[in-house]
Design a protein around this ligand. Structure first.
Ligand SMILES: Cc1ncc(C[n+]2csc(CCOP(=O)(O)OP(=O)(O)O)c2C)c(N)n1
Ligand SMILES: [Mg+2]
Length: 880
């Protein structure tokens, strides 16, 4: 029903168990008369009133969240299509062809490369309407500052196909789809499998390859744009976030987890297009159910504006003739598994099995040939209907919008793939399939060109090419495109925000307290302060940050509409429109999405922001590691602070709170610099270097720093060690007086366990040992440097030096080397290869599950306490 049905035509025959049909008819007639004489507004009022009475009377009635299985935008309210339909259809066909040719070619050459055809085949028209009419590119010369567009990852071939027509990629590039390495040798640009800003830094903006991360990121980016606007940092009015996602992808917890946030925040700058081709990889998304109904209920319930885009224009006439509503009912009661079968079968089958269901449907199909039935388009393949849905979405106000677009997976792939169970991974088409595809989309290709998979680009002065360029000019240029130019932000000298830490003079404090104090000062800095984005996931009080609530406020898009319970207190809970802290509640997934939005603002918005997300370290790399990996792909710049870190610093918390592995995972992320400082002075040096590297030198790195909550005496940072702190280690002290024969040992320690190392050193010194204590601030930086130097040496490259840890140990220490950390042993094991030859290396760590007990008991249990270190030192020295 692309037009509303006349109310009196609704056949209620399907309603069973009507105890009193006559009475029902009276009520119906009354309602029809009301609509006819008083209009829809009065009718709505009456329905509300009845609903109110039903609820008051506790009669147990609930409204259904589903609307009929028809287009939300009716024929009557459909806008005139503003483009040249014929040209756009030709262009879409060319995109389809080149995308298909690229994948099939790559797999003909190297069967192992993989790739996808069917997803873009179903999404091509959804993309094209966006490209031709809605997706604004960033135009810094006074124009639109750009929409953010999230592309479904395995539809990337279609985006490349378009960039090829636009002249942004050439045939050589397309020929190197999924071959980044050989492309470099051939002077071409390798096209990454999925959107990867790391691999194609001038092209892709948002990594979406891991399903679910695109959807949640898009929500938090939309919210971050509001934050920038409300904090008067950047006016983001008029800019939208578009996301094209799969219906299967909606099952990911991340996809759904922030729907209510988007609605609560009234993100009408956000539009999702969910491509409901009813299939995922293995088979139907809801074979025995109906995913569009389910998503409609989910999104409506969450407070989104839902636009169903189900049927193409050629259904309009059918619906108009369907006076009994039989067609709407039949479509509304077909399960998706069956609907998929209809997509896979021809017109004859559909006539027999769909239209053959009832005399009314048979009559409806009578005027159509099998060919016409076969070509009946679903809404997501009809440019006019797609335009209508997008236009409706673009003007929505007060709510985020989802367009549920009904399509066929593998659309146009004929018997080779359309609607087939196996279509997702279909990447081989034989000659007949290719000719069929060419015919299906009227492509101007000879048989030879089709079967040899020639790429096709119309002549530069053709109507299609002129149109394509004109449309993109109107919309500000080409996209996706990743820009990086932005102004550097000056960082205050370290003495200004961390003098107390550099010259701590033995004062007792935890590194978390030191961090919070530094952050508080940095927030006051005239230039940098405003750019800082503190982020927490309901743990600000845990980390002693409550003072910041008052100081900089918690961001709220509606200010604070209540008198907080603690209003008189100096730490009062303060929400404000221009609040600076992003308090994400108990959603680490949300918090890391927020962090990523802020950490990539330098590129997405041309405005560098500096996020500090502080969290329970266990709930970081372990809980949201994949999102951090995606942030790395997106070249994020910012700080992750893993607080209450390590397996023994937060005694009572036990197995699921004590983190012994985050440094191991962090070390695997190439652009993540991970530090486990023991002292506030070290932390100061690390923060200072990180801020300079990211904000001033604008390097694409981010920092992971672990913080502890154990209070202990903080020494002054020794002179001249800053370089060592950043490289990962420095010799902090030598204890003991003279070396007795065989009584020399070197102790390495990091973070929480350095205090145990120093205690062990004192014990050994008392017993006549000479002990060098090395503070390791970063195992991963040491290991990276070691690997780099070793690789240089093996390759005979110039500039190979001894690894820093080798040189440091050789130059400043002696004896066997014992390393202890609050992390699993694999962390200190990562530098074993770089320990100077001939020196025994023993590692102590916290392998296994965590437990609850006192700090002392835990350290003893894991053998990382001073006693265990002393024991290990003696054993190693004696050659045991
Ligand atoms: C987290 C994650 N799990 C699994 C995959 C592998 N995968 C890629 S596409 C796909 C199916 C996608 O189905 P849908 O979202 O419906 O998209 P369609 O191709 O049907 O448009 C799967 C399982 C992935 N990329 N990411
Ligand atoms: Mg799907």
């Amino acid at each position: 029903m692309n037009a509303p049905l006349p109310l009196h035509s609704l056949n209620m025959a399907h309603i069973t168990m009507d105890a009193n049909p006559e009475e029902t008819a009276e009520w119906r007639d009354a309602f029809i008369a009301l609509v006819a004489t008083e209009g829809p507004e009065r009718a709505r009022f009456m329905l509300d009133e009845l609903a109110r009475m039903a609820r008051a009377g506790r009669i147990g009635w609930q409204p259904h969240l589903n609307t009929p299985y028809v287009n939300t935008v009716s024929v009557e309210s459909q806008p005139v299509f503003p483009g040249d339909l014929a040209v756009e259809e030709k262009l879409a066909s060319i995109m389809r062809w080149n995308a298909l040719a690229m994948v099939v070619r790559a797999n003909k050459a190297y069967g192992e490369l993989g790739g996808h055809i069917a997803s873009y085949a179903s999404a091509a028209d959804l993309f094209e309407i966006g490209f031709n009419h809605f997706f604004h590119a960033r135009n810094d010369a006074g124009g639109h500052r750009g929409d953010l567009v999230f592309f479904q990852p395995h539809s990337a071939p279609g985006v490349y196909a378009r960039a090829y027509l636009e002249g942004r990629l050439d045939e050589d590039d397309l020929a190197h789809y999924r071959q980044e390495i050989s492309a470099a040798g051939a002077g071409a640009e390798g096209l990454s499998s999925y959107p990867h800003p790391w691999l194609m830094p001038d092209f892709w903006q948002f990594p979406t390859g891991s399903m679910g991360i695109g959807p949640i990121s898009s929500i938090y980016h939309a919210r971050f744009m509001r934050y920038l606007t409300h904090r008067n940092l950047l006016d983001c009015a008029g800019r939208k976030v578009w996301g094209v996602f799969g219906d299967g992808e909606m099952d990911e917890p991340e996809s759904m987890s922030a729907l209510t946030l988007a609605a609560r925040e009234g993100l009408d700058n956000l539009v999702w297009v969910v491509n409901c081709n009813l299939q995922r990889l293995d088979g139907p998304v809801r074979g025995n159910g109906r995913v569009i109904d389910e998503l409609e209920r989910l999104f409506s319930g969450a407070g989104w504006n839902v636009i169903k885009l189900l049927w193409g224009s050629d259904w309009d006439g059918l619906f108009a003739r369907d006076l009994t509503g039989a067609l709407t009912r039949a479509l509304g009661s077909t399960v998706d598994g069956q609907m998929q079968t209809f997509a896979a079968k021809d017109g004859r089958y559909n006539r027999d099995h769909f239209f053959g269901q009832s005399p009314e449907l048979i009559a409806l199909a009578q005027g159509m040939t099998d060919e016409q039935i076969d070509r009946l388009k679903r809404g997501g393949h009809d440019l006019v209907k797609i335009y209508a849905a997008y236009a409706e979405a673009a003007k929505a106000s007060g709510k985020p919008t989802v367009i549920l677009a009904h399509t066929k997976k593998g659309y146009g792939m004929g018997s080779a793939g359309q609607g087939k169970m196996t279509t997702h991974s279909q990447k081989k088409l034989d000659e007949t399939d290719l000719i069929e595809f060419r015919n299906r989309f009227n492509l101007p290709l000879s048989d030879e060109q089709a079967t040899s998979l020639s790429f096709f680009r119309p002549a530069e002065d053709s109507a299609e090419m002129k149109y394509l360029r004109e449309r993109r000019t109107q919309l500000g240029g080409y996209l996706p495109r990743r820009l990086t130019a932005c102004e550097a932000v000056p960082v205050p000298p370290v003495e200004q925000f961390a003098q107390f830490a550099l010259k701590a003079d033995g004062k007792e404090m935890s590194t978390t307290m030191a961090f919070v104090r530094m952050l508080g000062t940095l927030l006051k800095d005239a230039q940098l302060g405003k750019r800082i984005v503190p982020i927490v996931a309901d743990e600000a009080r845990t980390f002693g940050m409550a003072n910041l609530f008052k100081q900089v406020g918690i961001y709220s898009s509606v200010g604070q509409q209540y008198a907080p319970e603690d209003i008189g207190s100096v730490l009062s809970y303060r929400e404000a429109l221009d609040g600076q802290i992003l308090e994400e509640g108990i959603s680490e997934a949300g918090a890391i999405a927020s962090w990523t939005a802020a950490a990539t603002s330098y590129s997405v918005h041309g405005l560098a922001m500096l996020p500090f997300y502080i969290y329970y370290s266990m709930f970081g790399f372990q809980r949201v590691g994949d999102a951090i990996w995606a942030a790395a792909d997106q070249r994020a710049r910012g700080f992750l602070l893993g607080a209450t870190s390590g397996r023994t610093t937060l005694g009572g918390e036990g197995l699921q709170h004590q983190d012994g592995s985050s440094h191991l995972v962090a070390a695997t992320i190439p652009n993540c610099k991970a530090y486990d400082p023991a002292f506030a002075g070290e932390l100061a040096v690390i923060l200072d270097a990180g801020m300079r590297e990211m904000m001033v030198e604008q390097k694409d790195v981010f920092y992971y720093v672990t913080l502890m909550n154990e209070n202990y005496a903080q020494p002054d940072l020794p002179e001249g060690v800053a370089d060592g702190v950043l490289r990962g280690a420095y010799r902090m002290e030598q204890v003991g007086t003279a070396e007795e024969a065989g009584r020399r040992v070197t102790l390495l320690g990091s973070g929480a366990i350095l205090t145990e190392v120093r205690k062990a050193a004192a014990v050994l010194a008392q017993e006549g040992w000479l002990v060098d204590v090395v503070s390791v601030t970063s195992w991963s930086e040491l290991a990276r440097d070691g690997v780099l130097q070793e690789t240089r040496e093996l390759n005979g490259e110039a500039g190979a030096q001894a690894p820093w840890i080798t040189e440091l140990l050789e130059r400043t220490t002696g004896g066997a080397v014992i390393a202890a950390t609050d992390y699993v042993r694999a962390v200190p094991e990562s530098v074993r290869a770089f320990i100077p030859a001939g020196r025994r290396y023993v590692t102590l760590g916290t392998d296994g599950f965590g437990r609850s007990d006192t700090r002392a008991a835990l350290r003893e249990f894991f053998s990382v306490d001073a006693q265990s270190i002393v024991r290990a030192a003696k054993a190693a020295a004696s050659g045991r």
